[in-house]
Design a protein around this ligand. Sequence first.
Ligand code: AMP
Ligand code: ZN
Length: 468
Amino acid sequence: MKIFNTATMTKEEFKPIEPGRIRMYVCGPTVYNLIHIGNARPMIVFDTFRRYMEHKGYRVDYVSNFTDVDDKIIKAANDEGVSAQEISERYMKECLKDMEGMNIEPATVNPQATQEIDGMIEMIQTLIDKGYAYEKNGTVYFSTRKDPDYGCLSHKDLDNLRSGFRDLKVSGEEEKEDQLDFVLWKPKKEGEPSWPSPWSDGRPGWHIECSVMAKRYLGDTIDIHAGGEDLVFPHHENEIAQSCCANGVPFAHYWMHNAFLNINNKKMSKSLGNFFTVRDISKKYDLQVLRLFMLSAHYRSPLNFSDELMEAAKASLDRIKTAAAHLTDLSEAGAEGQMTETEQAIAEEAKGFIAKFDEKMDDDNNTADALSVVFDLVRFANTKVTEGSTRALAKAVLDVLVELTGILGLKVLPEKEELDLDIEALIEERQAARKAKNFARADQIRDELLSKGIQLLDTREGVKWKRV
Ligand code: AMP
Ligand code: ZN
């Protein structure tokens, strides 16, 4: 597997810290209103990366935070006359609903900044003790000049940046020793949420939260850190500075960044007001269409949102679903008996699409080319599996299609079929229980299915079921 690493600006062979395991951190959204489809891009592309690595047999520890204390949240709370906590809790819940709709696998942990304040105070204290941070009137700053590696991720000319910043004064930050120094802790203003600390009653800066949550849930050194490309500087640069200086070891081995989702070739963002929320889109399309749209471009290429591309994505998804439905029908109603020799060769060829798909994904998560392989498979299935085919062949080809679309997180079977698959799995479990003479479990499964309106019939041809 090759990954383009922003830190080295090259595609590198991926080597995990521990064989078979990946520790991955993805910067999550600030929860002050509904997420827009730009925010959905990192969620979808890195979820697909995770699913692919799981398909390759890795255990993936996937941590993605919610930023639930921030100026924008406080402003939204003041505008509505409610607490900041009410705003962040409300939109965190809404975000999780959107994520479910987009079929994002639940993260191993979704930490919240406000629940991790102790860890942040501890890391800030370590940075002060080691001489990397200083306090001025209750505000703590990171001293960028003390870190010889500062700038290693963004490859910026820091002297140039410093002179560019010379005239820039952010209110409340006049006491910085250097323009590139950034806030680790700031005192509260009237009406803001705050926590006690050795320096002031206040709240953490944004960057420290990710350093602390990555450390707590994944360890001092992690395999992959990911997020949108706008986060490279200063957010990720600052995370590296904090983590490396506090922990004394490298922070992340690979940095992955998705390009922007644009609209009329401008970044979609809340501040520009040129955005659609995931909720808006869900009213017009199944969110699987949004997912396919996102995966139809390479994650490092800008992607322009348009109605035409969404319609094209819808047509593409329909094409896959139609093929899946046809294969499902044939796998139930096709010819009985074993595959012929010719069919066995077709089934083998179908399996070959998995290797082709993997080859594309192994090249830096190239979902666009991997999707093309899925369409090749659809064409293959449509021509090679026909009315006269055996059920066994239809099922074999369907299994490959479901496996590949599953890695992309696309649900292609009609809801009913997914229910049917659950029932089939329970029936199989019951058969196994009966074989093992575990009749109690077998009866329990029969009753469980009956309570769902499914009656089992033990016939000479095996177990059948019908709705009652
Ligand atoms: P934010 O809530 O602004 O911190 O963003 C959460 C995540 O969404 C970050 O990884 C951002 O880089 C990413 N993001 C925000 N806007 C876009 C966009 N238009 N296209 C792609 N990613 C974005
Ligand atoms: Zn972050």
